[in-house]
Write a protein that binds this ligand. Structure first.
Ligand code: HAM
Length: 430
C-alpha cells in the first residue's frame, strides 16, 4: 500500500537537505558574529503557552495549531512558532538570575501550522531565528533588525525590502485600538466573519485581514503613528536613526501590525520579489515584546527577536527544485577485486573509515568489476580504492583517480596522509 506524505509536508532528499544545511550553517555563522548562542526547545508544548502569548484572537491559535491530547490527557500542540517557547525556557530556568543580560539565543527547527498549502507556505516548515531578552534598548532593537539584514546579505539575497513599523507602548496601543474600534464599527457589516470576531477580541488583528474587499476599507483606517506616545515615537526614531547610520535601507510601513498578539514597539519584515514581481511572502519577520516574559511568570523584562522561514530562503536562493538526485556524494569508493576474501576487505574498509575522516563507501557483496565501478560513478566518487589479494598480502592499497585515470599503489600505513593530500589537491582543482 502506498502512503503519501501528509498534505503540506515534504521529504527533503540529499540535494534539498544539503541546501537547507548550507543555509543553516551560514545563519549560524552570522549568529556567532552577533554573539547569539544556539539553543533548542521541545517540538511539543502545552497548548496554553500559545493561547496566552500568541493570542486567542490570532489566526495561529484560532485555526492553525496542531492540538492533541497525549495519553496522560494533557492538551499539547506541535509548536506553531518559537518565541513563546524561548521565553518559557528563559523563565523556567531563571536565566535572568544566572546570566548577563540580554540573553541572546538563536534556534532552528520545524514549525507546524495548519495553513492552506501553496508556494512558500507549508504545514511543516522550518524557522531559524534569534531572540535577545532582558534589556530594554533601541540599540538591542536595531541590532536584531540589522542581524536579519546582514544574514540575508550573507546568503546572497541582496534585493531585500525591509519594512518596519512601531505598534507603540501600551498607552499608544490602547488609544489606537479605541480609535480603530470606532472606525471599523461603521464598516463591519460589510466585512468578513473573521473581522467581525476580531472587532470584539482585538481590532488590531483586522489590519492583517487578507480579504480584498476588506483591504479596501482597511487602507483608509487611522494609522498608529498619530497615536504614539512621546516615548514610543522617540524610541522608534532612535531605531531608524541607528539603521540609517549603519546603512541598512528600510521602508516605514504604517500598515504593518504582524499577526501575533505579543508585539509592542518596533515590528519588521523582510521581503523579496523575483524578476516577475512575485513574492513567496515575508522571508522573515519579528518584533519587540514587552510583556511576554511577565505573562509567562517571569520578571518584567522585554525581548525582541526575528524568525526566518528557511524553506522560503532556500527557494529564493535555488529557485524551483531540480529533479532530486538521491545518490549521495561519496569521495572514495572501495572495490574488492578478484577472489579476495570479503571479510578482509571489510576490515580494511572499517579501519580506513576510522582513521581517514573522508566519506568512503563500498558495496558489501561480490560483483563484477564493471558493476562496482558503475556504482562508484553513480555516487560521483572521485577516487576508487582497489583491494585484491595482492593488496591484502602486501598491506597496500591501489588508488585510482576517476578523472585523470591515474593509478598508484600506496602502503596501507600511508593511507591517511596520501588521502589527505589527494583530497586537498582535488579541492584546489575545483
Ligand atoms: P511569523 O511571521 O509567523 O513570525 O513567521 C516568521 C517567518 O516564518 C515568516 O516570515 C515566513 O518566512 C515563515 N513562515 C510563516 N508561515 C510559514 C508557512 N506556513 N510556510 C513556510 N514559511 C512560513 C513568527 O513566527 C515570530 N515568532 C517571529 C518572531 C521572533 N518575533 C519575535 N521573535
Amino acid at each position: 500500500m502506498k502512503i503519501n506524505v501528509v498534505k503540506g509536508t515534504r521529504d527533503l532528499g540529499p540535494k534539498e537537505q544539503a541546501r537547507y544545511t548550507s543555509v543553516i550553517e551560514k545563519l549560524l555563522s552570522v549568529s556567532y558574529f552577533y554573539s547569539y548562542t544556539h539553543i533548542e526547545t521541545p517540538i511539543i508544548e502545552h497548548a496554553n503557552l500559545y493561547s496566552r502569548t500568541v493570542g486567542d484572537a490570532s489566526d495561529i491559535v484560532r485555526k492553525e495549531m496542531y492540538t492533541f491530547k497525549d495519553k496522560g490527557n494533557r492538551l499539547l500542540v506541535l509548536r506553531p512558532e518559537f518565541t513563546a517557547s524561548i521565553v518559557r525556557m528563559f523563565v523556567n530556568n531563571k536565566i535572568h538570575a544566572q546570566m548577563d543580560l540580554p540573553f541572546k539565543a538563536c534556534y532552528y527547527g520545524p514549525i507546524f501550522r495548519y495553513e492552506r498549502p501553496q508556494a512558500g507556505r507549508y504545514r511543516q516548515f522550518y524557522q531559524f531565528g534569534v531572540e535577545a531578552i532582558g534589556v530594554d534598548s533601541p540599540y538591542v532593537d536595531a541590532e536584531v533588525v540589522s542581524y536579519g539584514y546582514f544574514a540575508l546579505q550573507t546568503l546572497g539575497i541582496d534585493d531585500v525590502i525591509l519594512k518596519i513599523n512601531t505598534l507603540g507602548d501600551h498607552k499608544s496601543r490602547n488609544e489606537y485600538k479605541k480609535v480603530l474600534k470606532t472606525f471599523f464599527a461603521s464598516h463591519i457589516h460589510n466585512m468578513c466573519h473573521d473581522c467581525n470576531e476580531r472587532l470584539k477580541t482585538n481590532p488590531l488583528r483586522i489590519l492583517d485581514c487578507k480579504v480584498p474587499k476588506d483591504q479596501l476599507i482597511i487602507k483608509d483606517a487611522p494609522k498608529i503613528h498619530e497615536y504614539l506616545s512621546k516615548e514610543s515615537q522617540e524610541r522608534f526614531n532612535k531605531v531608524t536613526e541607528l539603521l540609517d547610520r549603519t546603512n541598512i535601507p528600510f521602508e516605514i510601513d504604517q500598515t504593518l501590525v504582524r499577526g501575533l498578539d505579543y508585539y509592542s514597539e518596533v515590528v519588521f519584515e523582510y521581503h523579496h520579489f523575483d524578476d516577475n514581481g512575485e513574492t513567496l511572502g515575508a522571508l522573515g519577520a519579528g518584533g519587540h515584546y514587552s510583556d511576554l516574559v511577565k505573562e509567562l511568570g517571569g520578571p518584567d523584562l522585554p525581548g525582541i527577536g526575528l524568525s526566518f522561514g528557511v524553506d522560503r530562503l532556500v527557494q529564493v536562493i535555488h529557485g524551483d527544485k531540480d529533479k532530486e538526485d538521491y545518490n549521495p556524494y561519496t569521495l572514495f569508493y572501495l572495490i574488492p577485486v578478484g577472489d579476495v576474501n570479503l571479510e578482509d576487505v571489510y576490515e580494511v574498509l572499517t579501519s580506513l573509515r576510522h582513521e581517514g575522516g573522508f566519506s568512503l563507501d563500498m558495496f558489501n557483496e561480490k560483483r563484477p568489476l564493471k558493476t562496482l565501478i558503475r556504482k562508484a560513478e553513480k555516487r560521483n566518487a572521485k577516487y576508487l580504492i582497489f583491494v585484491g589479494e595482492e593488496e591484502i598480502k602486501n598491506n597496500t592499497l591501489t588508488i585510482k583517480n576517476m578523472e585523470t585515470q591515474e593509478q598508484m599503489v600506496i602502503n596501507r600505513e600511508d593511507y591517511k596522509q596520501v588521502i589527505r593530500s589527494l583530497f586537498f589537491s582535488s579541492l584546489r582543482d575545483q
